[in-house]
Design a protein around this ligand. Structure first.
Ligand code: GDP
Length: 142
């Protein structure tokens, strides 16, 4: 059976650290089965984050996601539980609560605005499937 996959995004506020995210993912055993740079429009970001449409931060989040290049990666871990493993690597939504050594701590420490939390990881298998299908065609994935 194919291993579970997840979608990782390096957000625009962390574009200069993209190489660090890629190296960290590889170091922790993830295979990068798809990768590309995308530039969301605010409306693309709105579709991506549709579940947050009613939240006060929705517009700010969408404008932020459209403010620069985003590196999108589809990850797979040979030991399974890819979604949970990547969420553990990125850590808490608020970088200020993220544990030492996690990606949101390392690249997002000291951030005051929660939408600038440097990286995304799908929350569950249904979200992962939807998010991967939004950004990648089958031909773009190994
Ligand atoms: P995640 O699964 O950890 O990414 O968190 P959520 O799915 O709850 O939120 C999606 C994204 O919205 C987060 O990664 C943040 O970038 C942003 N976000 C969440 N909560 C807030 C908030 O209270 N304020 C702001 N400005 N942004 C938020």
């Amino acid at each position: 059976m194919a291993e579970e996959r997840t979608l990782a995004l390096v957000k625009p506020d962390a574009a200069e650290h993209t190489r660090g995210f890629i190296e960290n993912a590889k170091e922790y055993g993830f295979y990068i089965v798809g990768q590309k740079v995308v530039w969301f429009t605010p409306s693309d970001a709105g579709i991506f984050y549709l579940e947050h449409k009613t939240k006060s931060f929705y517009t700010t989040l969408c404008l932020h996601m459209a403010s620069g290049p985003v590196t999108a990666m589809v990850l797979e871990h040979p030991l399974g539980e890819t979604i949970k493993r990547w969420r553990m690597r990125i850590a808490d939504t608020d970088p200020n609560n993220a544990a030492d050594g996690t990606l949101r701590h390392r690249f997002g420490g000291g951030r005051k605005e929660l939408h600038r939390n440097v990286v995304h990881g799908s929350a569950n298998p249904k979200d992962a499937e939807r998010e991967i299908a939004l950004l990648f065609t089958g031909l773009e994935l190994a």
